[in-house]
Design a protein around this ligand. Sequence first.
Ligand code: GLU
Length: 547
Amino acid sequence: MDYTKLAQLLFGDVTDTPEALEERFPTRNLPEGAVVTRMAPSPTGFVHLGNLVMGLTAERMAHQSGGVLFLRVEDTDAKREVPGAVEVLIDTLKHYGISFDEGATIDGDNGSYGPYRQRQRAGIYHVYAKKLVSEGMAYPCFCTEAELAAMRETQEANKETTGYYGKYAMWRDRSLEDIQAQLDAGNPWVLRFRSTGSIENQFKFDDLVKGKLTITENDVDHVLLKSDGIPTYHFAHAVDDHLMRTTHVVRGDEWLPTLPFHIQLFKALGFKLPKYVHIGPLMKMDGTSKRKLSKRKDPELALTFYKAEGFPVEAVYEYIMTVLNSNFEDWRRANPDSPADSFQFSPKKLNPAGSLFDYAKLTDVSKNVIAKMDAQKVYTLLTQWAKEFDPEFASLLEEKPDYAKAILAIGRGGKKPRKDLATWQEAKPYMGFFYDEYLQAPEFNEQFSKETVATVLRKFLEKFDIADDSGVWFDKVKAITEEIGFTTDMKAYKADPDAFPGTVADVSTFIRQAVTGKTNSPDLYTVMQILGYDRTVARIEAVINSL
Ligand code: GLU
């Protein structure tokens, strides 16, 4: 067979050469050890936690080493593509603070190793397809769906491995005349790799996450180009990651089964193999067993979920670091105020079997992250969130920024800041009572008569002076307690509850409920200071009148 002739027959329109491409995309001029890596998501419209885990791993590896992170959009599967998905993808990654040095952006390409959207690279793939054909390493296959289905049936009936290999590779050694006849008839074809591997052979391979692997050679003649001339993932991966000078491929471990083929393909193309970082799946506990997070069952897989709940990006970032590197938490304890990106990230610390996702832990991390923010930052992020998810609340926050910030400053700063909020969604239930619009009528404990409650509130109003400091303020509450025959001695009360009709805690609760509508609130003295004299008094009076 004259392979040059075949190559010319199939790819007569290709004029570019591999040599020219090598020159157009030269080796990057980077310091020793710099990692060039990428995110290569498919624009399906669904951006998930796995994307973020891989994105952050790649981002850390690139930027920690003085390397390059780029975004390549893998849009070869037109059927799966949802309109606007590329924009959603780019926006979401941006929201989570993954900063790309080059690659696809909303406004087009940024960088000199593009195009960065695979559908725009068809011409480039064909250069290498032509090369492989001319060297006898690839060939056209005209099998119909029906033929392939029949092949599979035979293999299943014979209890053989299914696939296009060995004697089943029907078009592997067909004559130029046969091929010509099919082409003349206008029949569709795919380009297949001519595998010389054997499943009898194994070799060792080092993955940065999985460690030492034993790989069995591939003997399947996989498809390189589909009938529309668009490459499969495998072929595009080899060509793109070579020409874009990727040094490390960070991707999900669902690609491990086809890794033997990828290794083979890089060799056939004369490309240096990059290093691989195969990331295990994200799992969660389901009862007592672990399972993979699923798109169908677990809303928390979608990144939109975290945005809607109002987890700050910093918290999600911090949590993912906790999940990925087991020593991150110790580092955080030792460096409470350092930016998270000063932590030395290592792909070797990733759990090869996959990471366990734990919502309660995320909530915990997020509380710590928010507790450390100052009121201005909380105000800015909360307002941003509310504008999208609770516009009415957003306008209240924006109407009186200083008031909102004073509320958000309660318990902030100092050594032990309060940890009231894990998400922005929790802000309204927490602080809504400061706004008359959201104030709820209190429901007093029925164990106490309305008269008792009203008496406490009346007495409080008689004594209330907004100029009091918190010590004087609380002395007044204690005085009321004693005046109505309740106790301020909590110890004595605990020893013999039946000996007292109530305590200073009950008295405080009546006042708290009258002012906030709730039994729980931030420090009541501070709440009154922020509400001011008139509003505090008006609220208490309204409750007295309703009793
Ligand atoms: N488009 C592939 C995916 O989304 C990319 C895998 C890779 O990073 O190479 O799974």
